[in-house]
Design a protein around this ligand. Structure first.
Ligand SMILES: NC(=O)C1=CN([C@@H]2O[C@H](COP(=O)(O)OP(=O)(O)OC[C@H]3O[C@@H](n4cnc5c(N)ncnc54)[C@H](O)[C@@H]3O)[C@@H](O)[C@H]2O)C=CC1
Ligand SMILES: CC(=O)C(=O)O
Ligand SMILES: [Mg+2]
Length: 561
């Protein structure tokens, strides 16, 4: 029996079995008393280290790894050996290590998942084994409160990575713990292996997933339903985060399940939250308000349409009619600006069309391009969520700068290999005028004797706080209004509100603080809507504090029951 939440942890494990358990293993930090009680003498070097000393030693090993992917492999193996040390180390070097455990390097880790695979973590549910889902979930004896699930079909902007999608679920959950303070043993990454259409993976002899093309929609939705129902039986109150599903499944799954369990889609709702907040901050910095802006998107997919709807909700909340707000949004996809005469649009795209009659005089055969939209509609902001690199060309950026004193330019596609434009180019092409945010991290850009900090507009600013608020309050659903308050809270934390030269979002060293504020706002909103039991404010604050796990060693004791 293990109990990780009290100050001592009682376990039936001892000797090598204990050292093999990353949630309990302390490595060289086991004290002599513990070594005696738990049969560890001789299995560890004789010197007992503190957590601080272990962190120093681990950091030394980290910095000498010559490439980012080797650093990633090192940190992942530390996580699989000793989770407390892993989180203690990551929290001490958050700014430096986030890009290694998360975007951009996690992208490579997903692409090379089978080659790099070492130890089991999480749950793989493969379509051919779909009649055993209950038994698979039962393999995890502990309670699970947060799950990140993927089917691997749209990993960052890197397309179908099959079973390699597990890398992104592990990365996101590491952030739930490192940033949101969720106890690691309450989290579980899950990959639904539905096959893959990635030819390279299908032909790779090392590929560890089900070597089969992706299943068709009838089988797919039946499989997802089996998974959801099994999940509800095993952990009915768990928070389920959908991650990196392809455009054809992401919105339908969210709509199907959001009223049935506590769930959200990170790419639609988390991204919408952080981007709307960043846009509010950018509008303020440009001397405007969000309802004054018009916004063009490159990429009318899950992220793009999710962000657009969130912006529309904010605009309507500030007095515009729904129609007025929608007029301010321009969605550009592969075939150009989406309009109501376009064929093959998905239902969530149809709500974001312009009337063909209003744009038919735009001089564009075969559809108005982003460049046409910028020339004619002169949007204040452009947001790139196409997953395609380089599409914000010099001409596009220069035209944005010609139209606006401070053009807002957010190339949000991940990882860095897929970004629509590099910040240093945007700064150069706009002569330092642009207000920029990117999906992956970038160093400040040096231009004309000034350093321009680049905000990382990534859903990392939303999901750990949303999760912490949900778990601490006991909310059973995630509503649009809970996301709205997360947006408002994050926007208010923007350093650009007080200093025009500061980044649009708080620096990573403030992210835990902002996450707490978001958690409280979300929890209060859940209470207001009757989605969580009502408590006094001080009780709620206390619950959030109590829910926050910190990576410190607790005394490990032998359990005799
Ligand atoms: N910064 C952040 O926090 C987040 C960033 N993203 C990034 O956004 C990108 C897209 O993600 P999703 O919307 O979920 O994918 P998606 O596949 O649902 O949407 C992508 C859309 O871009 C369109 N597209 C592709 N090529 C295009 C082109 N040449 N011109 C115009 N449109 C084009 C596709 O037709 C599709 O509609 C990914 O790279 C992802 O990494 C997604 C979620 C969060
Ligand atoms: C950040 C993220 O969720 C994505 O790029 O898909
Ligand atoms: Mg994602």
């Amino acid at each position: 029996m293990t109990d990780l939440d009290s100050n001592s942890i009682h376990t039936g494990l001892s000797g090598r079995m204990l050292l093999e358990n990353p949630l309990l293993n302390k490595g060289t930090a086991f004290t002599f008393e513990e070594r005696s009680e738990l049969d560890l003498h001789g299995l560890l070097p004789p010197r007992v280290e503190t957590l601080e000393e272990q962190c120093r030693r681990a950091y030394k090993s980290f910095v000498i790894k010559p490439t980012p992917i080797l650093k990633h492999i090192y940190l992942r193996s530390l996580q699989d050996t000793n989770e407390t040390l892993f989180y203690a180390l990551v929290q001490r070097h958050l700014q430096e290590m986030l890009p290694i455990i998360y975007t951009p390097v996690v992208g490579q880790a997903c692409q090379r998942y089978s080659d790099l695979y070492r130890r089991p973590r999480g749950l793989y549910i493969s379509f051919p084994e779909r009649d055993q889902i209950d038994a698979m979930l039962a393999n995890f004896k502990r309670n699970i409160e947060v799950i990140v699930v993927t089917d691997g079909e749209r990993i960052l902007g890197l397309g179908d990575q099959g079973i390699g999608g597990m890398g992104i679920c592990i990365g996101k959950l590491s952030l739930y713990s490192a940033v949101g303070g969720i106890t690691p043993n309450l989290t579980l990454p899950i990959t639904l292996d539905c096959g893959t259409n990635n030819k390279k993976l299908l032909e790779d002899p090392n590929y560890l997933g089900w070597r089969h093309e992706r299943i068709g929609d009838d089988d797919y939705y039946e499989f997802l339903e089996l998974f959801i129902q099994a999940l509800k039986r095993r952990w009915p109150n768990a928070l389920l985060q959908f991650e990196d599903f392809a455009i054809n499944h992401a919105t339908p799954l969210l709509e199907k399940y959001r009223d049935e369990l506590c769930t959200f889609n990170d790419d639609i709702q988390g991204t919408a939250g952080v981007t709307a907040a960043t846009l509010m901050a950018a509008a303020k910095a440009a001397g405007k308000s969000i309802e004054d802006l018009s916004v063009a998107f490159l990429g009318a997919g899950s992220a793009g349409c999710g962000i657009a709807e969130q912006i529309i909700r904010l605009m309507v909340g500030r007095g515009l009619s729904d129609e007025e707000a929608r007029q301010r949004i321009y969605m550009v996809d592969r075939d150009g600006l989406v309009h109501d005469q376009m064929e093959g649009l998905r239902p969530f795209q149809q709500k974001l069309t312009h009337r063909f009659a209003d744009i038919e005089n735009w001089p564009a055969e075969g559809g108005a391009s982003l460049a046409d939209v910028i020339r004619i509609a002169k949007p204040d902001a452009i947001i790139g969520v196409s997953g395609q690199p380089g599409l914000f060309t010099q001409e596009i950026i220069e035209n944005m700068a010609a139209n606006h004193e401070q053009p807002i330019i957010f190339p949000l596609s991940n990882p860095i290999s897929q970004v629509e434009a590099l910040p240093e180019d945007i700064i150069k092409w706009t002569n330092g005028k642009a207000l920029i945010a990117t999906g992956s991290p970038f160093e400040p850009v040096q231009f004309n004797d000034r350093a321009y900090p680049i905000a990382q507009c990534n859903n990392i600013y939303i999901f750990p706080g949303l999760g912490l608020g949900v778990l601490a309050s006991g909310a059973n659903r995630i509503s649009d209004k809970m996301l709205n308050v997360a947006v408002e809270t994050l926007a208010l934390a923007s350093p650009a509100l007080v200093n025009r030269e500061a980044p649009l979002l708080p620096l990573m060293d403030r992210i835990q603080h902002v996450t707490n504020d978001i958690a409280l706002a979300v929890a209060l909103q859940a209470q207001k809507e009757g989605l969580a039991p009502v408590t006094e404010l001080t009780d709620l604050e206390q619950k959030i504090r109590a829910k926050r796990w910190s990576p410190e060693y607790r005394r490990i004791r032998m359990s005799f029951c």
